[in-house]
Design a binder for this molecule. Structure first.
Ligand SMILES: [Mn+2]
Length: 474
């Protein structure tokens, strides 16, 4: 019978690997070769593949004979996994497959170091050869990292679960990485928001972070430092005691990826991995190492934490970040992620955006525009992101007024001066600002702006910004 889904043929002389391979391909009909001669290999293969899909799965025969393969000539496509240790036999079998099943493709897996068995596509374009080592080394080393973290999780649980009330303390303007890490720690402890609230000495301010709280239904309580005394235990996530300008009354756990800013000898549990792109990566390893189920909400939060701390993996990341990303990605709610990353625009903004587009100005690859008063602060950075797509532009500055402040969203193409440094020079002394290589933000109190430059008008704001950036960015 010809199957519309094709055939997956396993020719493998290792019973356990053969059995594993029967679970790899879900869509195709599976056939596993059995040696026709009674013997150790035959009985081991039968035993190992006992649970394979159906009774037709195991096929006896002599693979050194061309005729064995002729029974599948009508199938299309045919994928063969070939793993035979004996080199001479391997060559005979390979020839038989190539000749008798001209439509087949072969994945040839060999034992050996990847240097000796480099990934190679045969001249016939039908066979890909690689080593089992190459195939397995990445997932196995990730699982080794995960299991290495399992005993750490036990220690965290021992430290924190002695307390009735555990504070999950984030930095004063909590960001997605910290929020996700707190949700993950709560899941590891098997606690809820009452017994382990997320707390901070400041409020979430960035619109996309507020969107995260709203969409994932996360509460953060703003507390004063002395309120920490009401908690039995305190865990710091994505931050360290050294980041605070005053001594914290108690700290039991620190999990972070920022550069070490203290010795912290007295803290019962600390895990600070400065090579990691995100604390969310560390937490994902904790969760996977202790086999805790990662639900959709938690997965979405952790993936967003990794994405936002690594600028969508555009900043330096290590394999662990990529691996965590890969494992989380299938678990997330894509719709929620999109809504967190790109908050919807209010319809009333269309007219303002249209005017801002019509009145853009540029000089020496610097493009500026002014939105006037905006309903929501994130409309300013969202417009700046959009404007950077215009050809030839290296810098974009989008300005707007929000809550008695003039806010500048700055973007650049990444190979010019550092946006954060430029903004720091511009705000020097009378505004606040900073950022990264290609993204930055400046905030000027409206009255300070007025006393310096007069009332902000579309024409004056654009001229002032252009002058400032021509002076400092070029
Ligand atoms: Mn972080």
């Amino acid at each position: 019978m010809k199957s519309q889904y094709g055939l997956f043929l396993v020719i493998c002389d290792d019973p356990e690997l053969a059995s594993t391979l029967t679970h790899v391909q879900q869509d195709m009909e599976i056939r596993v070769w059995l040696p026709s001669k009674h013997g150790q290999l035959q009985s081991s293969l039968i035993e190992a593949c006992e649970n394979a899909a159906d009774s037709d799965t195991l096929v006896k025969g002599d693979i050194t004979k061309p005729s064995f393969f002729q029974q599948w000539q009508s199938y299309h496509p045919i994928c063969v996994v070939l793993s035979i240790k004996d080199g001479e036999k391997y060559n005979v079998v390979r020839e038989n497959i190539l000749n008798e099943l001209p439509e087949s493709r072969i994945l040839s897996l060999q034992i050996g170091h990847p240097d000796e068995v480099p990934r190679k596509l045969a001249n016939n374009n039908r066979e890909l050869m690689l080593s089992w080592t190459e195939l397995l080394s990445q997932p196995i080393s990730a699982e080794l990292r995960h299991i290495e973290t399992a005993h750490r999780v036990k220690k965290i649980q021992d430290v924190l679960n002695k307390g009735d009330k555990v504070a999950l303390l984030l930095q004063p303007d909590p960001d997605p990485d910290g929020i996700a890490a707190a949700l993950a720690l709560r899941a590891l402890l098997g606690r809820n928001k009452l017994s382990s609230p997320i707390v901070s000495f400041g409020k979430v301010t960035r619109p996309e972070n507020l969107a995260m709280l709203k969409l994932l239904d996360v509460e953060i309580t703003t507390i004063k430092p002395e309120d920490l005394a009401h908690f039995d235990k305190v865990a710091l996530l994505d931050t360290q005691p050294g980041h605070f300008s005053f001594p914290l009354p108690r700290v039991d756990v620190v999990i972070d990826h920022h550069p070490l800013s203290g010795e912290y000898h007295d803290i019962p549990y600390k895990d600070i991995r400065t090579r990691y792109g995100a604390t969310s990566t560390i937490m994902t390893e904790y969760l996977r190492g202790s086999a805790v189920n990662i639900g959709q909400r938690l997965a979405t939060a952790l993936l967003y934490g990794i994405k936002s701390d690594t600028l969508h993996l555009n900043r330096e990341v290590i394999e662990a970040d990529l691996y965590a990303f890969m494992r989380l990605y299938p678990l997330i709610n894509y719709n929620l992620l999109r809504r967190m990353e790109k908050p919807e625009l209010p319809l009333s903004f269309a007219a303002d955006l249209s005017k801002a587009l019509q009145t853009i100005e540029y000089k020496e690859n610097i493009l500026v525009t002014y939105l006037g008063h905006v309903l929501r602060e994130d409309l300013i950075p969202q417009t700046a992101d959009f404007l950077l797509q215009f050809e030839g532009m290296e810098w974009v500055v989008c300005a707007g007024v929000f809550e008695k402040q003039i806010i500048l969203s700055v973007r650049n193409v990444g190979y010019v001066k550092n946006a954060g440094d430029v903004v720091k020079k511009i705000v020097n002394g009378w505004g606040q600002g900073g950022g990264h290589r290609s993204m930055a933000k400046a905030i000027f109190p409206l009255d300070a702006w007025i006393s310096r430059y007069g009332n902000p008008s579309e024409v004056s704001v654009k001229r002032i910004i252009l002058d400032l950036f021509l002076e400092h960015a070029v």
